[in-house]
Design a protein around this ligand. Structure first.
Ligand code: AGP
Length: 618
């Protein structure tokens, strides 16, 4: 939800922190700030509401240098996006500063207690309360002569009083070149450099400085200096950790020649889909292999029911997964919105296998759903993109997407890779049950054609842009599909609404006549995702129902199927593909349509208003 980065080393911290914030802006961009100190001089804080450039301008006008510092880019949870509410926040002495990612649910109670002791607050944030609490404990612990131990101890005691989530970095003028971090429910990593170390929300903030990272666990307390770091548990005992190699390069995290990360990531899909199935197709078995499931063939054969949990785009991929797994493996499969699953307490039998799907691996609702499934004794497997993320580390196994970093807030390549993963899973499970060798081989062949077919669709980018511009004044948009493409319609609608801010909704096509068609008008286009498949004729009927009411229609159909030129106002063609793989192709034109529509409307497609890339609050 927010991004934090801290630095201790021999270079000026300010430019490093500002560059790190630029790489973290996709996590939140309501306001940003830095706090730096040189030796044990005073802490200099610079913070500004609005985009990162506002902070850069402020720092240029009012320089702040130091060899140790922390910084933050915010997605507001408590208090509006103002300069006062921007992080970092200090305690009442001004000698301690912190940045925080997460939500402190009991901050009001803590604040009232602190105010009763004379603490005065400048902001409406929960984070400032934590800063004062740490400062209070630090000031009271004067018996401890070592300021570093005193700060670690103050952070440890303070977070024990917190209900909620936190990923924090803290510093004190008494302990120069020394940062303390702690995490519960919000991600935090150590970037391990040469004569410099970092704390950050995720590796993209530090990947240009180091490719070595320590992914911290919940309840870890850490400290870093320029040449060492230590990881402890909240109880003060040494905590195990490993230094991992970051799995992507700085260039991969950059935008390259593209105007936006979103477009870059749309164009990366031939490669990201290939990366997803590379090494996982087994010709001699006409099947797939997913080593990370940590389940034997017999354990997989005993699975009687599958639950797929995710949020947003991940839940739409899960919807496609439901159709695909039931089609290929005939295992009852259902999708649960993660935030519902964690409270709904559904009756699941012991042979239910739960999957949690998450690009970031940090979405709090999905993390909580995973923990709820584990609490009920179910094996919970993760389908995750971010290596080393919390879900990846806490799940009972699972498979990485290997899509590379997805920076644009709107999920694109993660969706197609998630659906590809479900095709692999469905094939694996199906071939253990009833799928024939012949069918397995045919599906393997189809999967291998996906990257080239996606390339073909991308070549229609200009045509799709023209269609987007043709409907630029639309007040809203309906997206309709059946069977495997009902999830595609849902995902297409989310893309459109989240980056262009118009009303858009996805529906099973037949639902039109049950109320949705009342929305149809000459200014409300309907997009039908209708490849030439088993339900094509039914989709034709649905499209004609809309045309009969003068609703403009855009059709996505299989190349060569030119009959729709007569009825639809615009037609986009996609290559022929196995029906269960169609969402992987059909979503591409929808991603491009929403992208061009939003750009033409002047929206910031990489940082849509009110959104963040990783939602680590409930
Ligand atoms: C989709 O474009 C959005 N970025 C959002 O719905 C996202 O899919 C959702 O927050 C889940 O994120 P995750 O996959 O990282 O868990």
């Amino acid at each position: 939800m927010c991004g934090i980065i801290g630095y201790v080393g021999r270079n000026d911290a300010t430019p490093i922190l500002l560059e790190g914030l630029r790489r973290l802006e996709y996590r939140g961009y309501d306001s940003s700030g830095i706090a730096v100190m040189n030796g044990s001089q005073t802490i200099q804080v610079r913070k500004k509401s609005g985009r990162l450039q506002n902070l850069r301008d402020h720092v240029a006008d009012s320089p702040a240098e130091g060899d140790c510092g922390i910084s933050h880019t915010r997605w507001a949870t408590h208090g509006e996006a103002t300069d006062e509410n921007a992080h970092p926040h200090t305690d009442r002495s001004g000698n301690l500063a912190i940045v925080h990612n997460g939500v402190i649910e009991n901050y009001q109670t803590l604040r009232e207690g602190l105010e009763a002791e004379g603490h005065e607050f400048k902001s409406q944030t929960d984070t400032e309360v934590l800063a004062h609490l740490i400062g209070k404990i630090y000031d009271e612990n004067s018996d401890e002569s070592d300021p570093q131990k005193r700060l670690v101890s103050a952070v440890r005691e303070a977070v024990k009083q917190v209900a909620g989530t936190y990923g924090i970095a803290a510093m004190h003028t008494d302990a120069p070149k020394f940062l303390v971090g702690a995490r519960l429910g919000s991600p935090l990593i150590i970037g391990v450099g040469n004569d410099e170390n970092f704390l950050a929300s995720d590796v993209s903030a530090v990947v240009s400085h180091t490719s070595n990272a320590v992914y911290l666990n919940d309840r870890d307390i850490v400290y870093i200096t320029e040449d060492e770091f230590r990881v402890e548990t909240i109880d003060g005992t040494a905590s195990s950790y490993e230094v991992s190699e970051v799995d992507f390069t700085p260039e991969q995290a950059e935008m390259g020649d593209f105007p936006h990360y979103m477009l870059k990531e749309i164009y990366e899909q031939p490669e990201s889909i290939q990366n997803c199935f590379r090494g996982r197709l087994i010709d001699e078995e006409a099947s797939a292999i997913l080593g990370g499931l940590n389940m034997s063939p017999n354990e997989l054969r005993d699975v009687e029911r599958i639950v797929l949990c995710g949020c947003g785009t991940a839940s739409h991929a899960a919807m496609a997964g439901e159709y695909i797994i039931e089609h290929l493996a005939r295992i009852p499969t259902e999708v649960e919105i993660a935030s519902e699953f964690r409270y709904r307490n559904p009756p699941l039998n012991k042979n239910t296998l739960v999957f949690v799907i998450s690009q970031s691996g940090e979405t709090l609702d999905t993390l909580a759903a995973m923990r709820e499934g584990q609490r009920k004794g179910h094996k919970v497997l993760g389908i995750v993109n971010s290596v080393g993320s919390t879900i990846a580390r806490e799940s009972d196994g699972g498979s990485y997407l290997y899509s590379g970093p997805e920076i644009g807030v709107a999920a694109t390549k993660s969706f197609t890779s998630q659906v590809t993963m479900f095709a692999l899973l469905g094939l694996l499970l199906g071939r253990m049950r009833h799928l024939s060798v012949d069918y397995g081989n045919k599906l393997l062949e189809e999967i291998r054609t996906l990257p080239a077919k996606v390339e073909q669709i991308l070549q229609q980018d200009e045509k799709i842009k023209e269609i987007a511009l043709k409907y630029i004044d639309a007040e809203g948009m309906l997206f309709l599909g059946r069977q495997f493409n009902y999830p595609t319609a849902m995902e297409a609608a989310l893309k459109m609404k989240e980056i262009s801010y118009i009303f858009a909704s996805g529906h099973a096509s037949a639902e039109l006549k049950h109320g949705v068609i009342a929305l149809v008008s000459e200014t409300l286009p309907s997009v039908f995702i209708m490849p030439k498949d088993s339900v094509y004729d039914k989709n034709v009927s649905s499209l004609e129902e809309v045309k009969a009411r003068k609703g403009p229609c855009i059709a996505v159909t299989t190349e060569g199927n030119t009959e729709l030129e007569k009825t639809a106002d615009d037609v986009i063609y996609i290559p022929e593909v196995a029906e269960c793989l169609a969402p992987i192709l059909a979503v591409i034109p929808m991603q491009l349509l929403s992208y061009h529509f939003a750009v033409a409307r002047g929206c910031d497609v990489d940082k849509p208003r009110n959104l963040a890339k990783s939602v680590t609050v409930e």
